[in-house]
Ligand binder design. Sequence first.
Ligand code: V47
Ligand code: SF4
Length: 386
Amino acid sequence: MSLLSPELQTIAEKVVQGERISDDDCLFLFENADLSTTGMLANYVREKKHGSNTYFNRNFHIEPTNVCIYSCTFCSYSRLIKAREEGWEYTHEQMMDIIRSYDGEPVTEVHIVGGVLPQYDVSFYESLFRDIKRHRSDLHIKALTPVEYHYIFKKEKIGYMEGMQRMKEAGLDSMPGGGAEIFAPEIRTQIAPDKCTGEQWLQIHEIWHNLGGRSNATMLYGHIENYQHRVDHLKQLRALQDRTGGFQTFIPLKFRNKDNELSHLSEVSVVEDLKNYAISRIYLDNFDHVKAYWPMIGRTVAQLSLSFGVDDLDGTIDDTTKIYSMAGSEEQNPSLSTAELVKMIRAVGRKPVERDTLYQIINEFEDDLDDDGYRGYLELPVVQNQ
Ligand code: V47
Ligand code: SF4
């Protein structure tokens, strides 16, 4: 006799047989399923795809500015437009100095994303990407989201296709997953009233994929959306991925509530985080990877997530992003050495695999004994999650 409800039993059978679950199944999991069953099914999918491999890459961030003309209510950046002296606005040369400061370091990717300001336009980014490539041709440029692209192409009076072609010619290699938030207009207009619509976000990714580019996708959860909005968001991502196959990774982003206009909302629990990872892993059967962004959720939850569908950890080496420390993340100074990250992954019985942005393997950490002879022993400071 099964201990599962008949509905859950049917969903579990689909997952085990490699059959796609429906939107209703997905909603059922969000509304009714227990964490352990959902986690077990997600782990089954994760291990079928990747065994115990846990990927990471060596990247660094450049945030051109932390001031933004938009007013997303969840964002701790937008308030700074009113007090611009608290913010920074890097010039081309200042960003090139950051690039040069990594000369000789084994980083493979620069992730560029920040606020929207008029001086950062099409020609600014074309010339930045060109100079980065001139300086270091093998550095993968993962830059900007449809939020910035929509804004700068409109200002330049060019269409998305022409704009993305120009970015590609200038040296853009891939697009990060930000700016997706929640696609459903009734939520998006409340939390991100002036940025591109969900439809435009999807359109720009589709065009980029059709140009041969790869990109990531995110979902900002745990604020004013409900489970139906999450299912709708995942549904639209799965449908686009069916058409193009251009997404590499799905990254759920937990809403953090410090210093923004939604500070009155409580943050969701860790149980909710793990459930959300797990259900995303089960539903998005056509996505190769599900990534946890540890600077946002903390190291302990990131480790736990590896048993709930996540196979990739982001935020290595020298993560200079401020968006999460400003929004209340436990990780005020999110930076890990490769050795620390490898230990963190091994400590939960997974195999660390260093990859490049396109998931080509750079280094597999076969030997589970560290240099100091410990087997996955974790020597990191304990970080308290709420
Ligand atoms: O779009 C902003 C989110 C995103 C808050 O593609 C917040 O590899 C939580 O997309 N609480 C930008 N989240 C970051 C992003 C990202 C991060 C790491 C890797 C990749 C990748 C992409 O940050 C924004 C927004 O959804 N965000 N404010 C907040 N208060
Ligand atoms: Fe600007 Fe992005 Fe913040 Fe919105 S989320 S206010 S677009 S930096």
